[in-house]
Write a protein that binds this ligand. Sequence first.
Ligand code: PMP
Length: 379
Amino acid sequence: MIPGPIEFESEVLQCMSVPTLSHVDPDFINIFANSLKLLKEVCQSTSGQAFIIAGTGTFAMDMAAANLVETGDKALVISTGYFGLRFAEILKRYGAEVDILEAVVGNIVPLELIEQQLKSKSYKLLTFTHVDTSTAVLNDAKSIGDLGKKYKVLTILDGVCSVAGEEIQQEEWGIDVVLTSSQKAIGVPPGLALLVASKAAIKAFEQRKNPVSNYYGDWANWLPIMKAYENRQASYFGTPPVNLIMALEKSLQIITNEGLKNRFDRHQRAGTAMRAAIKAVGLELLSKNEQTSSNTLTAPLYPSKIAPKSFLQATNEEGVILAGGLLPELKNNYFRIGHMGSVNKADLLATIGAIETVLKKHGSTHVLGSGSAEILKHF
Ligand code: PMP
């Protein structure tokens, strides 16, 4: 129950063990074309350009920055934790002049502050982390998209911990880049960088004055490949990770067969239930506000009577693997529970059951079963 890599569906894992097709085999070309199409469906973009490339989420961030930033461009980073600050570092590498609006830990940056900042300078782009995996804070992507449109700023959404778990209407909300990776709510083992760029983002890339300074991530190399696969033609720039892409097609089919609305609702119920359960057993949450708490993971504060390491070890002995804190300054204050992908009622019950048991063993006064009752109420 960590926030990625998650537990994968067996049908997806089976794709990892079939004989590897040639990257120009007609069957694989179809699989690639379907995956590109389904990725756009999940991001709810009809006119965007999808990219599926070997790499991790960080590479997807790197690729967005490398292709959209030129030296001296102004960029605004809206940071709700660890991954916002990472984006700032990446943007600086490509010569951007970066301003950071940093949220108070566990909160979002208020929209009024973002608007005030956008009014004060002419930014080329802004980035925000839809769900920051270090704080379990959920940004209001629609409203940030609206601000991007209003101030004509390219908006880049880091959706590594949100795509296929939290609703994103890329086209409708005017988000220019949605990027993610395979190992979280997308439901595929680590190794894929996934990105959908709007027409405006591609245009901004085409209007660059200087070539992209990152060879592997240069859209000039990848655009013809993605377009070829979309048109069901063979093409080559770098050998695609064939089995991962076979697994991706399978997982995207599972996601779209469930139906996006059903899937987002299920995640929302899991998030609401887990937060309620955590509070019911007497623990506090790092994300301060129900409206801005993510549904893909929960970040509770550690109980005061147990050392953090012993707590994680004890829940592990109860059969549930949880993750420690990620923000360097608060690492020992909180832990994280991932609940995305195929997560179900039984997973949530097992998780809160393990937490309750450990708390009780360490003298907690909560009524045993009160956390589990919250899960049952929501499912
Ligand atoms: N952004 C967010 C929000 C993430 O959660 C992560 C990974 N946990 C990344 C970016 C980086 O992704 P990766 O580890 O796949 O490089």
